[in-house]
Design a protein around this ligand. Structure first.
Ligand code: COI
Length: 354
């Protein structure tokens, strides 16, 4: 298949004040759009003006949530180069997420190369102020106009771009996290391990309740015993206990974060021991009482490395490191973003210049 380009007549105005970008509200001039149907397979791929989709009200995705997505970023270096971070891993995860909910396979290399073309075209949209980047949202949906429950034959795979600042309004200030003991996000054997939109829909009610109580995010526990920590939904989670980093192991209901995997490698490279295992809220609470809970932070593409200042679990308030960002969290943030923005040599081979 050949990638085509459709020009727009008038370009949009780019944001002038990068301190006001926020997250995910502004979109660039162009998007990548790929189409597939049952007869021809993938038959169209083009970079075209960003705009609304036209879908049948009966489109499968609107009824049965046959949708998967990714979150990636492009970064501008101080000398004006454009870098992406492990983009092949995101495209691979998009493909495995799609497989889990019976969506048609796609040519990963073609999608990745087309994405590079889109980023090259839109490079002037990449903000340059500290902490800003161009957020990339690949989205894959089944669109047959049919209201029976079955996998789609017709698909759209598109990529939109958004210049962004920090994901959390509070920036790098530590967030307060509400530990959810009633609702669950995902169970083993379900779709929690994959990036399906439905996982996020399932998280909204608890998220709203946590917001009403004044907390930023929800920390999910396992769906079976309601004891073991899973993830935050917008990020994976790490605890520093007695000098060791502990993060919940991937056992089928937690998203295998690419930032999570990078943090594990970076920490080990810094000589910090890392263990992936089950960790209960009881253990975290005990560690906070005896002073061995040193730091807590989340990791994700959007969230980067976000310090957690407080965990609210039932009637207990667990204050972490006096509510301040810890030394290890800061070091991991600086090293990860140093690699992503090309300030630190990338000995891991994670970045690619576009
Ligand atoms: C990302 O980190 O890119 C995600 O997709 C999480 C989303 C909730 C913003």
């Amino acid at each position: 298949m050949e990638l085509k380009f459709v020009k727009r007549d008038v370009l949009k105005e780019k944001p002038t004040d990068e301190t006001k970008l926020g997250f995910g509200r502004i979109f660039t001039d162009y998007m990548l759009m790929m189409k597939r149907d049952g007869e021809r397979g993938w038959y169209s791929a083009q970079i075209e003006p960003y705009g609304d989709l036209q879908l049948s009200p009966a489109a499968l995705v609107l009824h049965y949530a046959q949708e998967v997505f990714e979150g990636m970023k492009a970064y501008k270096t101080d000398d004006g180069r454009v870098l992406m971070f492990r983009p092949w891993d995101n495209i691979k995860r998009l493909a495995t997420s799609a497989e889990r909910i019976c969506m048609a396979p796609f040519d990963q290399e073609f999608v990745l190369n087309s994405l590079y073309e889109l980023i090259k075209m839109e490079k002037d949209w990449i903000p340059t102020s500290p902490g800003t980047s161009l957020y990339i949202r690949p989205t894959y949906i089944g669109v047959d106009p049919f209201v029976g429950v079955q996998p789609a034959k017709e698909y759209l795979l598109y990529v939109i771009l958004s210049p962004v600042g920090a994901y959390y309004a509070s920036g790098l200030s530590p967030v307060q996290i509400y530990v959810e003991s009633k609702y669950v996000r995902a169970v083993k054997g379900g779709t929690g391990h994959h990036k399906t939109g439905g996982n996020y829909a399932a998280s909204l009610l608890a998220g709203e309740k946590a917001h009403e109580k004044g907390y930023d995010q929800v920390l999910w526990l396992d769906g079976k015993e309601n004891k073991y920590v899973e993830e935050v939904g917008s990020m994976n989670i790490f605890f520093k206990i007695k000098g060791e980093l502990v993060t919940p192991m991937l056992a089928g209901s937690i998203l295998p974060g690419i930032t999570r995997a990078s943090i594990i490698e970076l920490a080990k490279d810094m000589g910090i021991p890392v263990t992936e295992r089950r960790i209960s809220m009881e253990e975290i609470y005990e560690a906070s009482l005896d002073g061995s809970l040193e730091e807590v932070f989340g990791s994700g593409t959007a969230a980067v490395v976000s310090p957690v200042g407080e965990l609210i679990w039932e009637d207990k308030h667990i204050i972490v490191n006096g509510g301040k960002m810890g030394e290890t969290t800061q070091k991991l943030y600086d090293t990860l973003t140093g690699i992503q923005y090309g300030r630190i040599p990338d000995k891991f081979g994670w970045t690619v210049e576009v």
